[in-house]
Structures are given as structure tokens and as C-alpha cells.
Write a protein that binds this ligand. Structure first.
Ligand code: DGL
Length: 269
């Protein structure tokens, strides 16, 4: 295997799906820590420990590059993992920066000073841990000025999606959008800051209204990964793709097949 994609559960499959469509010849593996999802209500230490264990397993199994297709892990664990040092030839990347670069109309790695951008009022929907970390606001402040961000911690949505209870997930999304709109009545853009949320993107869009631009990560991350690998081809190795879960492989395969509308087959991690 060469490139690994990690998430606490099913959400990162939205990124996996976009990456495999954008780069059809690239072997891409997936690690879903479904047994420990949701991460969004855990402490930063806990999220760091679980994320590190999964990423190390993917490195040990041959991945050179692991993408944390999980905002919660990107917010709570990525910087600490990078500061602790990663093994020679290995890398771990998150999903925040490509999204913020897209929203602030920047090319990859453009580190010029923050400037005014088109969006002014941004609604951020994310897990409680991601909202508490304020990582999104920090990354945005490096790149843009004059942007108001109102964050809404969307408790319960990841659990409902993991349980396959889409009626509950949709009701929760509507109530979280209502709560956000009470704080910011007219956002001009919304960020789906959790990779599970694209699975209910149409519910967000309907509740927000058609005039709100909704940014979600799957295609943005796939494009940014394609660009990265064209500059760092050594991060692509040989090997096949494995789909693994710490949960029940049969149940995870069934949900993944239902969500992505393509046959998915998981084995035990
Ligand atoms: N998909 C993860 C994210 O992007 C979900 C986190 C969770 O397990 O709560 O944040």
C-alpha cells in the first residue's frame, strides 16, 4: 500500500471516494477506527493516542503518507505528532489547510500575509473537540483578515451516522443549523468541518439556503493530494490497498457500501 487515509469511522470515506476517483491508479488504503468513534467528544490526549496508534499501523504496513481525513484528529493530534517527529520517509498530513486555502483563494503553500477575501461571514460546523480546539480560526487568521467565524458544535451527528440512523442525523443537522442562524443570521459561506458531514451535505444546504456556499473537504483534499503527489512522487510506493476497521467488518462494509453507492469490503484492523 502506498497512501493511507485515516478517520475515526465512516466519514473519511468521503475523502477516500474523492481521492480514488481523482487518482484512479493510486492504491489507497483506509483505516476506520469505528470501535472508538466518535472522537469528537474525547479529550485531546485521547484523540492523539488513538490517532497515533492507527497512523503507526499504516506506516508499519507500508504507507509512506497518511492523510488524517478527520478534522478532529487534525485539530487535536496532527501538530503534536509532527512535533514529536515522524520516521524517516514517512509523513502525516491533515485536512484543514487545503480547505482553508480553497476558501481564501490561495494556492498550496502560499504563505504570504493575510489579506481580505470574498467571504466575510463564515459558519463552521464541526465536532465539539474541533470547535474547542479553535484550530480552524487559527489557520484562517494566518491567511485572511476581516472574516467573522461562528462555530457550531454539532453534537450527536457523527454518532447517528455511524449508527446508520439518517433520520436522526438529518433532524440534528437541521437543529444545529437553526442554532447557528440564531447567532449568525446571514452567513455567506459554510464550512463542513467534519468529514462525516458530506454524507448529509444536501440537508445542510437545504437548511442554510441555496445562497450559502457550502465548502466540504472531499474534492478539495483530493485535488490538493494530486498536486502534492505530483511534486513528491516518492511518497507514492508500490503495493495494494487495504480497507480496515477496528469495528465489525461486516457492518462497516454494509454501511460504507450504502453511503458511497459502490461495493466496499473491510477487514479487521
Ligand atoms: N470525521 C471526523 C471529523 O472529521 C469525525 C470525528 C468524530 O469521530 O467525532 O472530525
Amino acid at each position: 500500500m502506498s497512501v493511507g487515509i485515516f478517520d475515526s469511522g465512516l466519514g473519511g470515506l468521503t475523502v477516500w471516494d474523492a481521492v480514488t476517483r481523482r487518482l484512479p491508479d493510486l492504491p489507497v488504503s483506509y483505516f476506520g477506527d469505528n470501535a472508538n468513534a466518535p472522537y469528537g467528544v474525547r479529550t485531546a490526549d485521547d484523540i492523539h493516542g488513538l490517532t497515533r496508534r492507527a497512523v503507526e499501523q499504516m506506516w508499519d504496513e507500508g504507507a509512506n503518507l497518511v492523510v488524517l481525513a478527520c478534522n478532529t484528529a487534525s485539530a487535536a493530534a496532527l501538530r503534536r505528532m509532527q512535533e514529536d517527529g515522524v520516521p524517516q520517509g514517512k509523513r502525516v498530513l491533515g485536512v484543514f489547510v487545503p480547505l482553508i486555502e480553497a476558501m481564501t483563494q490561495r494556492n498550496w503553500g502560499d504563505n504570504s500575509p493575510p489579506r481580505e477575501v470574498d467571504v466575510k461571514q463564515v459558519a463552521l460546523f464541526a465536532t465539539p473537540a474541533t470547535v474547542a480546539s479553535r484550530a480552524f480560526q487559527r489557520e484562517l487568521a494566518f491567511r485572511a483578515i476581516g472574516v467573522d467565524v461562528e462555530a457550531q458544535a454539532c453534537g450527536g451527528v457523527v454518532d447517528a451516522i455511524e449508527d446508520g440512523d439518517m433520520i436522526l442525523a438529518e433532524a440534528l443537522v437541521r437543529s444545529h443549523v437553526d442554532a447557528l442562524k440564531r447567532k449568525m443570521p446571514k452567513p455567506d459561506a459554510a464550512i463542513l468541518g467534519c468529514t462525516h458531514y458530506p454524507l448529509v451535505q444536501d440537508v445542510f444546504q437545504r437548511a442554510l439556503g441555496e445562497d450559502v456556499t457550502v465548502f466540504s473537504q472531499a474534492d478539495i483534499v483530493a485535488e490538493s493530494l494530486a498536486d502534492y503527489l505530483s511534486r513528491r512522487p516518492e511518497m507514492v510506493g508500490d503495493g495494494g490497498a487495504r480497507m480496515v476497521t477496528t469495528g465489525d467488518p461486516e457492518q462497516v462494509s454494509a454501511r460504507a457500501t450504502q453511503f458511497l453507492r459502490r461495493p466496499m469490503s473491510f477487514e479487521a484492523a
